[in-house]
Design a protein around this ligand. Structure first.
Ligand code: DI6
Ligand code: FE
Length: 405
């Protein structure tokens, strides 16, 4: 057996069981390379393993959790939209700005104008902010290129981030985010193009999943179905921006395609909830967008909980509706605004976030999982959802190695 590292003298929120937090008061972890080989009560450390321990790290009684997973971001884009924020403060709505050609389309223009190096540099800085708070896996969507070349460019930048920074990147193709100016008035033609670009993007290894914006200012369920059929034909999993601003029945449609997740969900109805439950689809809640749009319609949290639909929490980082880069602040907002418990919020940014990406090898502290974990300057995990504007992340271990950001 090859060398083991013992991480000892820690409090563990393993999140492995239904016991509160999967709590282990006097815990330890054994890692081998990029994997956890054992996690549990220090007194139960398997004696067969001890001769193979080559390194020992004393964590001084600190709190350990799985590495955080931000399962919904739009991290790669050019420009910013602070002027649009001011317009909204003066009374314009997000939909009005979008219909007038601003919104997503203005970021598309800025993204197309940006060089690859600029896109990579700005996305790197954003990724570093997320990582500083313990994010070890992030999903990044395209959707600000909206041409074959620019979508490929943005997805490539996202892949490059994953190759150059110490975290995992999963990429999602969101060609169906908005209609670009060259397709104005020809939405169905644009959807055909979005579907036609997909095989080449997949061949270049740029796509882990496919998403769409099913909305009155986005795409209809029928158009979304075309995109999903194209994804299914290539064996790619789907996700959906569903029921954010209106009830389009998008969640039920996505569930029909076995979607990994439906995201936003403020206007989700009972039928959608049942369909998501039956399909094993994760509900990704995005309190940053709810807050920044000053939304008042809450996602149906009680019903999601009653039906046992797994809930995830993410930043939705994007320049229009959620310019924040703190997943910990989202945990706080998930509790204050959406009334999740602190434990639901943490599970949402770890094990359920991973599940929303189709990843089952991370999100808990257990044998066989990736050795991605955070060491916090905290006594108890409920503090993760309590403090805000303060970063208690002391160390992050990714694939068994300590990272410096
Ligand atoms: N929903 C969102 O919250 C983002 N995209 C989407 O489909 C917003 C994108 C933007 O305004 O730039
Ligand atoms: Fe989004």
């Amino acid at each position: 057996m090859s060398a083991l590292t013992l991480w000892r003298n820690a409090k563990l929120a393993t999140l492995t069981s239904n016991t509160p937090w999967g709590w282990v008061a006097n815990g330890a972890l054994l890692t081998q390379g990029a994997r956890i080989v054992w996690a549990g009560d220090a007194a139960a450390l398997p004696t067969a393993q001890t001769p193979h321990i080559q390194n020992e790290v004393d964590l001084g009684g600190a709190l350990l959790t799985p590495g955080l997973v931000d399962c919904h971001t739009h991290l790669v884009y050019g420009g910013q939209r602070a002027a649009e924020f001011e317009l909204r403060l003066q009374g314009a709505s997000y939909e009005e700005i979008a219909r007038a050609g601003g919104g997503i389309r203005s970021t598309v223009a800025a993204t197309r104008a940006a060089s690859d190096a600029d896109l990579l540099a700005s996305a790197t800085r954003r990724a570093q902010s997320l990582m500083a708070e313990g994010v070890t896996t992030v999903e990044i969507k395209s959707g600000y290129g909206l041409s074959e070349a620019d979508e490929a460019r943005c997805l490539r930048v996202a892949r490059t981030l994953g190759e150059t920074l110490p975290f995992t990147v999963r990429t999602t193709y969101l060609g169906a985010h908005a209609v670009p100016p060259e397709f104005a008035g020809r939405t169905d033609d644009y959807i055909d193009a979005v579907c036609a670009w997909l095989p080449a993007l997949q061949r270049q290894g740029l796509v882990d999943a496919v998403d769409a914006f099913c909305e009155n200012i986005g795409f209809t369920p029928a158009q979304t179905r075309f995109v999903f059929e194209a994804a299914r034909a290539l064996g790619l999993p789907v996700k959906l921006h569903a029921e954010q601003l209106s009830d389009q029945g998008g969640a039920a449609l996505a569930a029909e395609f076995g979607a990994l997740s439906c995201d936003h969900l403020e206007h989700l109805n009972e039928k959608g909830i049942r369909a998501m439950k039956a399909a094993g689809t994760v509900a990704v809640l995005l309190p940053g967008a709810y807050y920044f749009l000053r939304d008042t319609k809450l996602p149906p949290i009680d019903a999601l909980r009653a039906h046992g639909v797994p809930m995830a929490i993410a930043t939705d980082h994007n320049p229009g509706t959620s310019p924040g880069l703190s997943l910990l602040l989202m945990l706080n907002m998930a509790c204050t605004l959406f009334r999740l418990t602190p434990e639901e919020a943490l599970r949402g940014a770890t094990v359920n976030g991973a599940r929303a990406l189709g990843l089952h090898d991370r999100g808990t502290l257990a044998a066989g999982q990736r050795a991605d974990f955070c060491v916090w300057d905290l006594d108890h995990p409920h503090e993760l959802a309590y403090w805000f504007g303060h970063n208690p992340c002391r160390r992050t271990i990714v694939g068994g190695l300590e990272r410096t950001v």
